[in-house]
Design a protein around this ligand. Structure first.
Ligand code: 5GP
Length: 195
């Protein structure tokens, strides 16, 4: 179930923005990465930014998920003002490179809440969609399933309540990821219905 808030920008406001932006947020393990990829596959008016991170690549990752860099390289990029937003999350840096000008498709960002706060401060037309887990138990199972260590799983679960609380304040729409195809359909209908 998705529910919009009154202050959500209209679709025409979004598209007339200089850089139309939709931000997907939600706790780690909720499935927002997969959802974001499916949304861009199914909606050609969107494109997905590829973030930079200092986190180590997981064994389950192909290497395309992020630009994996060391901390010095990331800090130099901050210095050079290369990021639209960036944040430190559980000891690693994550950032969205400034997009090339001239792309009028909707920029889809899949980021954590501190970054979303920066985007919303800079762009009042940005639309924020929070992806929520069906339950904490299911979130734990998903985190364990992607190969993180038990310590990592515990740390990530420890910040979930806080991420959800801030996310609910920021979000124009909330979507519960019971089932991936249904969640993708809901997001597509939010995007297409922002008129
Ligand atoms: P993970 O390490 O699980 O891939 O990502 C951890 C968190 O960082 C997730 O909530 C993910 O959405 C977020 N994240 C990924 N890229 C970015 C980014 O460019 N900026 C920010 N602020 N968060 C990001």
């Amino acid at each position: 179930m998705a529910w919009g808030q009154n202050n959500a920008p209209s679709y025409s406001e979004l598209l007339s923005a200089e850089r139309p932006t939709v931000v997907l947020i939600g706790p780690g393990g909720v499935g927002k990465g997969t959802i974001a990829q499916r949304v861009v596959q199914q909606e050609p008016r969107t494109w997905l930014s590829r973030s930079w991170t200092t986190r180590a690549q997981r064994p389950s990752e192909s290497g395309d998920e992020y630009v994996f860099v060391d901390r010095a390289t990331f800090e130099q990029a901050i210095e050079n003002d290369r990021f639209l937003e960036w944040a430190e999350f559980h000891g690693n840096l994550y950032g969205t490179p400034r997009p090339e000008p001239g792309d009028d498709r909707i920029l889809l960002l899949e980021i954590e809440v501190q970054g979303a706060e920066q985007v919303v401060r800079a762009d009042r037309d940005a639309v924020v969609i929070l992806i929520e887990p069906p339950s904490m138990e299911e979130l734990r199972e998903r985190l364990e399933g992607r190969g993180d260590t038990p310590e990592h799983v515990a740390t990530r679960l420890g910040s979930t309540a806080h991420e959800l609380a801030i996310g609910r304040e920021l979000a124009h729409y909330r979507v519960v990821n019971h089932e991936i195809d249904a969640a993708v359909d809901e997001i597509l209908s939010i995007l297409r219905g922002l008129r």
